[in-house]
Design a protein around this ligand. Sequence first.
Ligand code: B16
Ligand code: MG
Length: 217
Amino acid sequence: REVGFIFDLDGVIVDTAKYHFLAWRKLANELGFEFTKEQNEMFKGVSRRRCLEILLDIGGVTATTEQFNRWLIEKNEDYLSYIEKMDQSEILPDVERVLSYLRSKNIPIALGSASKNAIPILEKVKLTDFFEVVVDGNHVTKAKPDPEVFMIAAKQIGVSAQNCVVFEDAIAGIEAANKAKMVSIGIGDAQVLTSADYVFKNFTEMDTSFLDKLINQ
Ligand code: B16
Ligand code: MG
């Protein structure tokens, strides 16, 4: 197989960052400190455990292992209560157009996400069928910026790493794609995703001729 496309989930396919934010802020407030939207930027693409470590640093809170694990569960339960209510209206603009186009060209599509909730989210927004392979936080031992998640995805779709294209919204994710020698495409702010090979504000700005160029690279 010649080329393969790997999508990050949170921030690329759906905007679940806002739900992660609400859940982390609730926990911070319960522990007696504030947590801002700006601070939430650091949490993008970062594993749940690592996020909690950063959160506790922000609040100057030390935790026993037992507290740490309990707060992880609490945060996730709160997050899941938002996910529960998601539907197709939360798919980011033109994601389905791009997925459908790639499928029409028989290009293998994989998901490469840090989230352990990736499968239920894909089901909620009814996009599961587009993905030949789903590699998520349950399958990796090393989090982004380590390239592991994307390397596993490439292997599973049977495409060599340098022929894979990755869509990512997080700095850590772009770094992971670059380390894997994949083509990295940032979705978001070009001032933030400076090491991406290309950056688009969102998929509405990405036309078919650009996708064709990637397919025929
Ligand atoms: P969960 P992605 C990442 O998803 C999020 O960007 C990050 O904020 C979150 O902490 C991480 O998933 C873990 O998520 O708590 O659901 O396992 O962007 O890699 O799709
Ligand atoms: Mg992301």
